[in-house]
Structures are given as structure tokens and as C-alpha cells.
Design a protein around this ligand. Structure first.
Ligand SMILES: *[C@@H]1O[C@H](CO)[C@@H](O)[C@H](O)[C@H]1NC(C)=O
Ligand SMILES: *[C@@H]1O[C@H](CO)[C@@H](O)[C@H](O)[C@H]1NC(C)=O
Length: 626
């Protein structure tokens, strides 16, 4: 975003490609997408429902995630364990048909066939038949396989899935079972948020793969190219934890997609945007993304949301857009949690029927940008590709930053795509503006000379790395537009407009003046971007032994460390689930409301011993409210 229209047009595509080879922009020819959670869509009357579906289709969403459970007077289809109400399934089937017809097959559905919150009345979900049967010992849902009840609860749940996906025949899709409807069903969760809020998984962990295998093989989802999704294991994902992706999920062949649920607020002190945690979580080559590629799992943010802060609702649009934009930039598909057709209050809910000055305006904007965003992961088995993939070489500026905001550009946690894309005292690392590490050489005010250079955006003068000023943005002639004359990339003033300022503009990347980028000074790989290594004091593009790659036989890694999964990693990442970004944490939003108790991290063992645990009810929270 720091580039000027002049430069972009002079340089042409070839040289831009040369430059951006050094950034982390995704260039693979796979697509990403966005979607929405709409809990209870099937309970609306058909006319209202179809109005909502038309609005969703127009919004740019490719996916709607739906839940099968009780909503108020609308019952769960399994009112008593083992007995089913066909009329409830018919209403759900009608909803599938309406989505398929109104979207002309472009929008698909993800089904959560049961909600773990129904097992103990959390998140305002009423206690269902399983909950009544378990009498509060909700973990028995996962660990009871001995037939402690007349039939083991696990077998009952398998029967539920069999009735839903195999025995029920669709009245709208030619009497076929749902397990075959891949024209409208993208994927099925094993459950919404299994073991919700408990992490690591205390008992019954083999349940996960057993249910996934039941769905994929026994019920035939795999044969029909319908994805089996892990559903947000243990509830909300903490920014540097691994709740949603325990080894048992990665190691289960039947799981196609790891579903991630995260609830991250914008930092009230301006230390992070609502999207910063997402940008850090999916740094290419970090432990999570490298493992997903190796294990052939797709990563999907199944729930993400606006979290209300003291800053107030004025920032709701900005926070929604920042999250979608960060995920689009990293090429990870996402599903907003959640939308409705009524009021919003101070909740994460976005009303789909409001005009674009409300939260929905920002959600629609970023959903449309998701359509055509690139991904490293190939989703084409489960969703049709968009007509064209975006070729943008820039991080877009957030058009929804309120006027009264303290920061509009390059602040901590903002995305950046070039060395001069942040405030001068910050460093653009892994596409995120961050305070430089104490030991990072070449910071503003550091000593410098011909052998000891400054960070790329700073000039060395009088033996010191000089302060510079951020390029002001070009104001559009038409104030109603957020971009200059419709060009989303032309937002910053060129050098020549530097009339009289006390300090020079921050330096543009050297690729604009010389064929190869010099790179930032460094002492070790952790001072460089994820796709670089530290080569004799300078960050250089890495091609071998790089972050996320398999370690060679002698464990050689240019990142300096081979992690416990046999991948090159930074030192000190062993127990962490994520890559370099995770280290700069502490400014993340609140711990997800449903996240597990602290201090319980560590390697997860697959345990299956039955445990009868009664845990106190939580206060209702936003997590998985979708
Ligand atoms: C993506 O996967 C599909 C099959 O699932 C395959 O046919 C296609 O070639 C893949 N696309 C790319 C670009 O590799
Ligand atoms: C991106 O570039 C490719 C190759 O030049 C082109 O086929 C495609 O249409 C472009 N995408 C967009 C959205 O312009």
C-alpha cells in the first residue's frame, strides 16, 4: 500500500513480481473464500428465509454454516435419544434447497449436526436429549463407549448421524440422502465445538476420529466429496495455543478440514487490530500451516467475530474488515459468526438486512474481496473456483477506520507489504507492523556505518539510523470514495510531493532502485520474514532449509532449529503451536470466552478412559453462539 500509482504503472507487472517475490503474499493458483454462520436459518418462515438467503448470496458469501439443534420453540430433530422427528429434517431440507436454488449452486452449506453446548446448556443452547441423559456428566458423551447406559452414548450419536445423513431422504433433492448432496453440502462438522471450553481433551479423545471415520466412510461423505470438519475442538482457540488442532485431529485420516474458532478483539491501546492474531496464526511455514500441508488438511476459520470493546461500536466495521482482510491475505477461508435479520446490540451479530452504513457494509466488502483471494490450499474438491484469482500485489488499506481513530496507517499489528509500510520506529515483519526485537540491528536511532546498516526504510546519516516520516495518503477527489480514482493501490504520495518537511519520507524498498532487495540487517533468522534466512547479517530469500520445510537428514535448517514435527522452525518454538508471530503476543484480544483453563497446555495424549466429570455451567458467551 505504500506504492504510488506512478511507480506501479512505470514498473509494470514483471518488475513488481520481482519485488514481491520477497514478501509473503500468496501466489499459488488456489482460491480462498468467505462465508457466514446463520444459526437457526431453517426456523424462519419461508418468505423471510428466502429474503435472507438472497441477501447472503448478494453479499459475496460462498458458504453458510447451519446448526441442527433446538431454537426456542423449534425443537431438535431428536427430541428423545434414538427417536427422530422427520418434519424438522424436512424444514432443514427445504432450507438446503432454497440456498441451492437462490444461489444457482454457487453457495454451499456446512452443517453442524449437533452442538456440544446443548450437552450442558452453555451459550444459551437448551439442554437436549443427550444432555438430559448424561445429567451433567457431559464428558461421558465422548468417553462412554462401554454401554454404561442401555446403549453407549457414542453409539446413539452415531445413529443420529446415520439418520441425518443416510436414512433421511431428501424431499427436495430426489429422495437422495444428505450424504450424497455435494451440490449443496460442502462439509459436515463432527459436532460444533466438541469438548467445548475444555482443553487439553481430558477423556474420550478417540471419539474424534471414530466419529469422523463414521461420517466419511460408513455414511459415505468421503465418496461424495463432502468434507469432514473437526468443528472447533475444545471451543475458542487462544492466540498461541493449539486447542483446535490437537495431534489427534492432524493424525486422523478421516478429517479433511481443521475448523478453527477464534474470538479476537481489537486492542484498546492500539497495540493490535482485530486481525493481528489471525495474521500471526497463519504465517506461511509456521508449525500450524506446515503441518497442515504435510498432513493434507485444509484449514478453515469456521467462526470469527467482532468482539465489543471500550472503544465502542464505531469500530465494529473496522474490526470485522481487519479480520477478513488478514485471513484473505493469508489465504485462509473464513466464516463470520454470526449474522441474523434482527438487532445487533453490542454483540458480534451482524444484521444482514441493514444498509451498508451498518456492520454489514464492511462484512460485504471483505466477503467480496475473499472471492478471488488466493490460497496455498486446494479447495476445489469441495467448492467451485471463482472465475478469476486476484493479482493484487498490495495489502489493501482498511476503508472502515473511523475518522476519530488514533491510527490510520502502519500502527502495531497493522498489515504491511513493504519496508516503508509501517510507522518509522516499527518493522514490517511477516506482513505485520511490529516493534522491533531489542536485538534487532538497524533500528531508528541505532548506530550505523557502511558495515552496520539500518533497517531498509531508514537512512544512515551522521552515524545514526535516521527518523523518517510516513508518506501521507493521497485524498480521493471524491470524498465518498475510499480510494483514489478507483485505484485501490494508489494511496500514498510520491517522493516528489515532499515539499518542505523536517524529515525525509521513509525509504521505498530497494528493489525499486536496484534489481535485488538488500534485505534488513539481522543476527538470526527470527529477525527476518518467514520466507527469508539470515545470511551474513542480511535477510535473504530462503530456498532450502527454510521455515516450514522438512529438516534434512542432518537436521540442517537455516532457521537454526528442527522442531518436534521434523520441520525447520525458530528456536524456542518447540512447545508452541505457531510460528514466529506467536512470540510477540501478549497484545492479543481477550482469551476466547470459551477457552480452556490456563496452565493446561502440553502435549495431548489420546486418552479414552471414561471419566465422569460434572463441570459447573459457564456463563453464556459468544463462542459458538453461532
Ligand atoms: C486441486 O485438486 C483437484 C482435485 O481435488 C485437482 O483436480 C486439481 O488439479 C487441483 N488443482 C491444482 C491447481 O493443483
Ligand atoms: C490475473 O492474471 C492472470 C494472468 O495474467 C489472468 O488470467 C487473470 O484474469 C488475472 N486476474 C484478474 C482478477 O484480473
Amino acid at each position: 500500500m505504500r506504492f504510488l500509482d506512478v511507480f506501479a504503472s512505470l514498473l509494470g507487472v514483471a518488475s513488481l513480481t520481482g519485488y514481491v517475490a520477497a514478501d509473503l503474499r500468496i501466489t499459488a493458483d488456489h482460491f480462498s473464500f468467505g462465508g457466514v454462520n446463520y444459526p437457526g436459518l431453517q426456523t424462519l418462515n419461508p418468505k423471510e428465509r428466502d429474503t435472507v438467503i438472497r441477501a447472503i448470496v448478494k453479499s459475496g458469501a460462498r458458504v453458510i454454516r447451519l446448526f441442527i439443534r433446538q431454537y426456542g420453540d423449534y425443537p431438535d430433530p431428536e427430541p428423545e435419544v434414538g427417536s427422530f422427528d422427520r418434519s424438522i429434517l424436512d424444514m432443514f431440507d427445504d432450507t438446503l434447497a432454497a440456498i441451492h436454488h437462490i444461489s444457482k449452486g454457487k453457495v454451499k452449506v456446512i452443517i453442524a449436526p449437533h452442538d456440544a453446548h446443548a450437552l450442558r446448556e452453555t451459550n444459551d443452547v437448551p439442554c437436549d436429549a443427550y444432555c438430559k441423559r448424561l445429567e451433567g456428566a457431559f464428558l461421558d458423551f465422548y468417553s462412554n463407549e462401554q454401554g454404561e447406559y442401555p446403549v453407549a452414548v457414542r453409539e446413539h450419536y452415531k445413529t443420529r448421524l446415520q439418520v441425518l445423513f443416510k436414512e433421511y431422504t431428501s424431499r427436495n433433492f430426489g429422495d437422495r440422502p444428505w450424504s450424497e448432496l455435494n451440490e449443496v453440502i460442502l462439509g459436515v462438522d463432527v459436532q460444533n465445538e466438541p469438548w467445548s471450553s475444555i482443553s487439553p481433551i481430558p477423556s474420550g479423545e478417540p471419539w474424534l476420529c471414530e466419529i469422523a471415520t463414521h461420517l466419511k466412510d460408513t455414511l459415505g461423505l468421503g465418496k461424495s466429496n463432502i468434507a469432514v470438519i473437526s468443528g472447533g475442538i475444545s471451543g475458542a482457540q487462544s492466540p498461541d495455543g493449539d486447542e483446535n488442532f490437537p495431534d489427534s485431529a492432524f493424525n486422523c485420516d478421516a478429517i479433511d478440514v481443521i475448523g478453527i474458532h477464534g474470538y479476537y478483539a481489537m486492542d484498546e491501546n492500539g497495540e493490535a487490530t482485530a486481525g493481528t492474531n489471525w495474521a500471526k496464526m497463519f504465517i506461511p511455514g509456521n508449525t500450524l500451516t506446515a503441518r497442515a500441508e504435510e498432513k493434507k488438511k485444509l484449514l478453515l476459520v469456521e467462526e470469527m467475530a467482532y468482539i465489543h470493546t471500550e472503544l465502542g461500536l464505531t469500530y465494529k466495521q473496522q474490526a470485522i474488515w481487519d479480520q477478513g482482510n488478514a485471513l484473505n491475505y493469508r489465504g485462509i477461508p473464513w466464516i463470520y459468526s454470526k449474522i441474523n435479520n434482527g438487532g445487533e446490540g453490542t454483540t458480534s451479530t451482524v444484521s444482514i438486512l441493514r444498509d451498508d452504513t451498518a456492520a454489514i457494509g464492511a462484512l460485504k466488502d471483505v466477503l467480496k474481496r475473499a472471492y478471488g483471494s488466493r490460497s496455498k490450499f486446494n479447495w476445489s474438491k469441495f467448492l467451485s473456483p471463482p472465475p478469476a484469482l486476484s493479482n493484487s500485489t498490495y495489502v489493501a488499506l482498511n476503508p472502515y477506520i473511523p475518522e476519530q481513530s488514533d491510527c490510520t496507517f502502519g500502527c502495531p499489528g497493522y498489515l504491511c507489504d513493504a519496508p516503508d509500510g509501517c510507522k518509522p520506529d516499527l518493522i514490517c515483519k511477516n506482513s505485520i507492523c511490529a516493534k522491533p526485537d531489542e536485538k534487532q540491528p538497524g533500528k531508528m536511532g541505532d548506530d550505523c556505518n557502511s558495515k552496520q546498516p539500518c533497517l531498509e526504510h531508514l537512512k544512515c546519516e551522521d552515524g545514526l539510523c535516521q527518523e523518517c516520516i510516513v508518506r501521507p495518503s493521497i485524498q480521493p477527489k471524491d470524498p465518498r470514495k475510499t480510494t483514489v480514482d478507483g485505484d485501490p493501490n494508489a494511496q500514498c504520495q510520491p517522493d516528489s510531493t515532499s515539499t518542505f518537511t523536517m524529515r525525509p519520507f521513509c525509504l521505498k524498498p530497494s528493489a525499486f532502485t536496484s534489481p535485488s532487495r538488500l534485505g534488513n540487517p539481522c543476527q538470526n533468522a527470527a529477525h527476518c520474514d518467514a520466507n527469508e534466512f539470515c545470511d551474513w547479517g542480511f535477510c535473504k530469500v530462503c530456498t532450502e532449509g527454510c521455515l516450514g520445510m522438512k529438516c534434512k537428514g542432518n537436521n540442517k535448517c537455516k532457521t537454526g532449529f528442527c522442531n518436534s514435527y521434523g520441520r525447520c522452525d525458530y528456536p524456542g518454538q518447540k512447545k508452541r503451536a505457531h510460528g514466529p508471530g506467536a512470540r510477540a503476543r501478549g497484545r492479543s484480544g481477550p482469551r476466547g470466552p470459551g477457552a480452556g483453563p490456563k496452565g493446561q497446555s502440553g502435549p495431548n495424549k489420546v486418552r479414552s478412559e471414561a471419566m465422569r466429570i460434572n463441570t459447573p455451567n459457564e456463563t453464556p458467551v459468544a463462542t459458538g453462539a453461532a
